[in-house]
Design a protein around this ligand. Structure first.
Ligand code: MTE
Ligand code: HPA
Ligand code: MOS
Length: 750
């Protein structure tokens, strides 16, 4: 089935927040933000801005009736700065005016003076100054210290992976307007409608029922709208609360780039111990996460780094520690993979290091250590239905890795100015929110009296195709055609208390709820059909908009049964709640069973570098991916390819840069390079590993949103291989992104 949004997307007819028809009296918001990364505000003068014709009001922390606090996990983040600012771009006030242009002009008229304080930009500096978001956490298995002492080989090193800008095509924004009796409705571009509702209520000091949040769809979120869509909606809500007029507030690209957090940069160190048989016996890692100026989701991201520290390998002795370091950058946040990619880059670096020293190939070490059935993860979960080796073998065999590798070796013999590199990259990603209580969702399904169906869930459509999957689930369970089912917007009054659409779990959690609701409806309608046709209920089934009796098509249609149900006053609506079974985690022991299941896969990447210019091309990426029993291969392959391209950007070219004063230098697309059609692999091939899927996955179709991003880590090491074959003196570095500049320097390093 095609993505149900494809038709309106292509025609430009899909609706986003910015497309909502505004009321005639709508006002517009622009945020006034800090122009220092760490300072005391000594004075602010709004008078000139307020005097500008068309400016309605400037809101500051003093206008907040409830709490000036938006921190989701830790209450450490004011909506508006009060006396001090902690990052460049931190909101101080919201200017509301008759037009956006007037509000922007007014912003320039605000006069502010600061007394500067020391600025921390890097995680290491923060750790040295004991500037931490929360105490460090350690995952431990076996006895790493003792194991290292007995290893044949032990290597230590350091790695860096930079942040990443989400660059959703649709920037952050919302449209809020007053309802009756002080209630407010907010259309928000958020992955977390409930977070917007809860936080707006808290800041305004009103009950949650006064705040209704609705999401049509997002023009991309990628984690950047899990938590960081909230402040803009809260600000607009605050303005509506005071002015009783609609307020539209959409960040322009510059404001969005400067004010929002990104993927966390990590400075890490590792120690890896192996034996002659290539088995990794011990692994130690220390991750310094650059959290930025407030916690946001950093502690959860840090936790996921630990969960993925050993990727798809079994290592019997592990000690992994993460520090969430508080710096003066915008609070960094969720980004596809949620700390997992950062953790996996480090062990892949350690393996590259060991391979070089031991004079073996990276893939030989990787292969020797892949997870097997019943292996234990460092956090205590026992690996079951493990697809690590099947995906590895499928990739190697289907894509003829040995032949590809020989081709690379041959090419490199024959060419002096161009060199090729090839890598294998296995992935293993845990599916579930690592915070167990978040793993639930609901669905509300209405069958209308004409037989058409409306489905509401907590799922937010952000381009990942979740609405298409929800529609498929409803349609299959009810046995009706696709055009009978409509996916409704996501709205907190229809589906309440939701977790954000994140952790790749949206389709599983919401799909299971849709399945449950539709099954209940179907059993009620089966009873109606049975009495209508005077047969036993067990004989009834629904297919293709018709009732079947003992597998034989009857003359009775779906519509007929629905209208009969109306006559018999049978309920045609159902609400269902799903919570992932089995999962648990004990933070005091750092052990448990946090994931419903894992997703596996293996990628083979080939690159060619131009050894005169340092430029390179990704020739091909071939992936054997564990989709389970995919319910929509078109959508799922789209996720694999999109995730891969986004990961290649992170690993190769996207270079976030802040200066020593904490000011974002890569603040536009002229200075921040993202993958385009020319940097995408020339050839991408995806094959499904033959597996049964997992019962906790919706219809055994495994979660697919985030895992493929991590295939791109292979690109880094393929480039590294190519550089090595040109320059034998190159001293391996693990410093992502591997930009053409870095490649050029590596090529000519002495
Ligand atoms: N794909 C598109 N097109 N747009 C997005 O914003 N977000 C990614 C991934 N794929 C995203 C995307 C992220 S970060 C997550 S967690 C998942 O989709 C969320 O959706 P899912 O849970 O339905 O997979
Ligand atoms: N993944 C993604 N988003 C989250 C998570 C997680 O594990 N926990 C909280 N938000
Ligand atoms: Mo995705 S980073 O869990 O929104």
């Amino acid at each position: 089935m095609k993505n149900i949004d494809s038709y309106t997307h292509v025609r430009g007819e899909s609706l986003y927040v910015d497309d909502i028809i505004t009321r005639h009296d709508t006002l517009y918001g622009v945020v006034f933000d800090a122009s220092k990364a760490h300072a005391v505000i000594t004075s602010i003068d709004y008078s000139k801005a307020e005097a500008l014709n068309g400016v309605v009001k400037i809101f500051t922390h003093q206008d907040i009736p409830g709490e000036n606090q938006i921190g989701g996990i830790i209450a450490d983040e004011p909506l508006f700065a009060e006396k001090e600012v902690h990052f460049w771009g931190q909101p101080i006030a919201l200017i509301v005016a008759e037009t956006e242009l007037i509000a922007r002009k007014a912003r320039k008229l605000i006069e502010i003076a600061y007394e500067e304080l020391p600025v921390i930009v890097t995680a290491r500096e923060a750790k040295e100054k004991a500037s931490l978001i929360s105490p460090p956490r350690t995952f431990k298995m076996g006895d790493a210290d003792r194991a290292f002492a007995a290893c044949d080989f032990v290597y230590e090193g350091e790695t860096f992976s930079n942040g990443q800008e989400h660059l959703y095509l649709e920037s952050q924004g919302c449209y809020a307007f007053p309802l009756e009796n002080g209630a407010i409705k907010i259309f928000s571009s958020t992955q977390g409608p409930t977070a917007v509702q809860r936080t707006t209520a808290k800041v305004l000091g009103v009950p949650m029922h006064k705040i209704e949040v609705e999401v049509i769809r997002l023009g991309g979120g990628f984690g950047g709208k899990e938590d960081q869509a909230t402040p803009w909606s809260v600000m607009a809500g605050l303005a509506v609360h005071h002015l009783k007029k609609p307020v539209k507030f959409i960040l322009n690209r510059h404001d969005d780039l400067r004010m929002t957090g990104k993927r966390h940069p990590y400075e890490s160190s590792y120690k890896i111990g192996l034996n002659k048989d290539l088995k990794i016996v011990a692994y130690e890692a220390e991750f310094l996460q650059n959290a930025g100026a407030a916690a946001d989701l950093s502690t959860a991201v840090a936790e996921r780094t630990l969960f993925h520290a050993t990727n798809s390998y079994f290592v019997p002795n592990v000690m992994a520690t993460v520090y969430s370091c508080k710096t003066n950058l915008p609070p960094n946040t969720a980004f596809r993979g949620f700390g997992g990619p950062q953790g996996m880059f480090v062990i892949e670096s350690a393996i590259a290091h060991a391979a070089r020293e031991m004079q073996v190939r990276r893939d030989e070490i990787q292969q020797a250590n892949l997870l097997n059935e019943n292996d234990e993860f460092p956090y205590g979960q026992i690996a079951r239905q493990v697809i690590a080796r099947p995906s590895w073998t499928t990739a190697k065999e289907k894509f003829n890795f040995e032949k590809l590798r020989e081709g690379v070796v041959d090419f490199n013999h024959k060419n002096d100015h161009f060199k090729k590199g090839i890598s294998m990259m296995p992935i293993c990603f845990g599916i579930s929110f690592t915070n167990t209580p978040m793993n639930h969702a609901r669905a509300l399904v209405h069958i209308y009296q004409d037989g058409s169906v409306g489905v509401s869930t907590a799922a937010v459509e952000m381009g990942q195709g979740v609405n298409t999957k929800m529609l498929q689930v409803a349609q299959e369970v009810l046995g009706i055609s696709a055009n009978k089912v409509k996916l409704e917007t996501t709205n907190t009054t229809r589906v309440a208390n939701t977790s954000p659409s994140a952790a790749s779990s949206t389709a599983d959690l919401n799909g299971k709820a849709v399945e449950m609701a539709c099954k209940s409806l179907k059993s009620r309608l089966s009873a109606v059909a049975a009495s209508l046709l005077k047969v036993d209920i067990t004989a009834i089934s629904f297919h293709g908009d018709s009732v079947y009796v003992n597998g034989e098509k009857s003359g009775t249609s779906w519509e007929k049964v629905v209208s009969q149900a109306m006559l018999e006053r049978v309920a045609l609506s159902e609400n269902a709640h799903y919570a992932t079974p089995e999962i648990h985690f004990d933070k005091s022991k750092e052990k448990g069973h946090p994931f419903a299941y894992h997703v596996y896969g293996t990628a083979i990447t080939t690159v060619t570098i131009d050894c005169i210019r340092g430029t390179y091309e990704v020739e091909e990426v071939k992936m054997a991916h564990d989709f389970g029993a995919s319910i929509n291969m078109a959508v799922d392959v789209g996720q694999v390819e999109g995730g891969l391209a986004q990961g290649i950007g992170w690993m190769t070219m996207e270079e976030i840069s802040y200066n020593k004063e904490g000011r974002l230098l890569s603040n536009a697309l002229s200075t921040y390079k993202v993958p385009d059609i020319f940097s995408a692999p020339k050839k991408i091939e995806t094959v499904a590993v033959a597996t049964d899927g997992h019962e906790h996955a919706i219809k055994k179709s495994k979660a697919v949103g985030e895992p493929p991003l991590m295939y791109a880590i292979g690109t880094y090491f393929a480039i590294q291989e190519a550089v090595k074959s040109f320059n034998p003196n190159y001293h391996l570095k693990y410093d992502a992104p591997f930009t053409p500049e870095k490649v050029l320097m590596a090529l000519y390093e002495k």
